[in-house]
Design a protein around this ligand. Structure first.
Ligand SMILES: [Fe+2]
Length: 221
């Protein structure tokens, strides 16, 4: 298991910065390290988190906040340490696939055309394609793939419904929506915490898993 500490400290500071969650010095020590190639894979994941941090200069820390909200839910739902670690990684990286979306679409200030929106929707598959190539990250890669699914099956890209959607993706979906609702956009002001919670509660069982919504609401009490 030589290299465990090294590998852990490679990724942990980046995630600390990204998620603001502490302590993280041991966060990734529970990930089983098989060999040198595994160490390289973690370095790659670390690099991806850094790229998301850079991208967040434009999005005002969206990924960081989604990771924080996901952490709240994970704690409330009593997820295990390793499951929580993978969730935080996936939440930090959930929009990494947007790197594959051209800036003239991603940063377009006006209304998107139907074709442009279809292109943006591909970001979940782009992210999945990148992360799934890293050994040991198959599970978080599925969170990236499915974080825009809806509980009623009306989301994308797989039109999965209910518990067929990976739990991590159901959690990130709630954190993602809350951040989108409460953040100022060029064309509208962000809603208050109370308004955002009311909107998420309204979409419980249709867009979101009601258990995840309940855990999120409970985490603020
Ligand atoms: Fe997304």
């Amino acid at each position: 298991m030589q290299g465990l500490a090294t590998e852990s400290t490679d990724l942990a500071p980046v995630l600390t910065k990204s998620t603001g969650l502490a302590p993280v010095s041991t966060r990734f020590q529970s990930i089983k390290m098989a060999d040198r190639s595994r160490e390289q894979m973690l370095s790659m994941a670390s690099m991806l988190v850094s790229l998301v941090d850079l991208r967040d200069c434009y999005t005002g820390g969206h990924s960081t906040r989604v990771a924080e909200y996901s952490h709240r839910i994970a704690l409330e739902m009593g997820l295990g340490d390793e499951e929580t670690e993978m969730l935080l990684l996936a939440a930090s990286l959930h929009d990494v696939g947007k790197i594959g979306v051209p800036d003239h679409i991603l940063l377009k200030p006006g209304r998107l055309t139907e074709d442009e929106f279809e292109y943006i929707k591909k970001h979940s598959e782009f992210g999945w394609m990148v992360l799934r190539t890293l050994q040991g990250f198959e599970e978080p890669s599925l969170v990236l793939l499915h974080h825009h699914e809806r509980f009623d099956g009306g989301g994308y890209p797989g039109q999965l419904s209910g518990t067929r959607i990976p739990l991590g993706a159901r959690i990130v979906a709630v954190g993602d929506a809350y951040d989108a609702l409460t953040t100022n956009r060029p064309y509208r002001n962000g809603r208050s915490h109370e308004e955002a919670i009311a909107e998420i509660a309204r979409c419980s069982k249709t867009q979101f898993d009601s258990n995840v919504v309940a855990a999120f609401i409970q985490s603020f009490r």
